[in-house]
Design a protein around this ligand. Sequence first.
Ligand code: VGL
Ligand code: ZN
Length: 204
Amino acid sequence: MNALIVVDVQNDFLPGGALAVADGDGVIPVINRLMGEHDLVVATQDWHPAEHGSFAANHPGANPGEVIDLHGLDQILWPVHCVQGTVGAEFAEKLHAHQFDAIFQKGTDPEIDSYSGFYDNGRRKSTGLAAWLRDRGVTDVTVVGLATDYCVRFTAEDAASEGFGTTVRLAGTRGVELQTGDIAKAIATMEARGVQISRGQGQL
Ligand code: VGL
Ligand code: ZN
């Protein structure tokens, strides 16, 4: 059994959103097509409370892009994004979300961020995604969505470390690229950690 993991294809990560990823909406037609080629489709949804510690606005004097220590972990500060219940947190309108078999929300604990769909950044709590996949006999996963250098990367690395045959389809991903080269570095790190990279057409 294989599953497509659709990472954070939410309005705030699309052009015009609070944490817009360049050409973020370019992943939508690719992902809609890939849904039909997989046995199961699961989505992750970045789902923060307004008081989330990853928001620069919650740290007086701090700006997005700065790194702080958040309860013992390095945390990049982001603009306020994907707040629970807001339009920005909803899945992209053109995404075929009715085809999702399950949705795993993450980033709900204000004290810790969660880039991976499997675990928070401190690996303290699981979302239940690995067990959900295993219970259904899934052995292989394809990871797509936003953003290549954050949530796609960490989700794919955790999938590989959980023992799933893991492929990232680059045509179905776009990255933040806070610094030039971040996407290329993320791809190299994923590969070094056992993730297969499917280049096809698309970014890099
Ligand atoms: C993401 C930064 C903050 C992502 C989520 O989905 O890649 N990046 N929250
Ligand atoms: Zn977030």
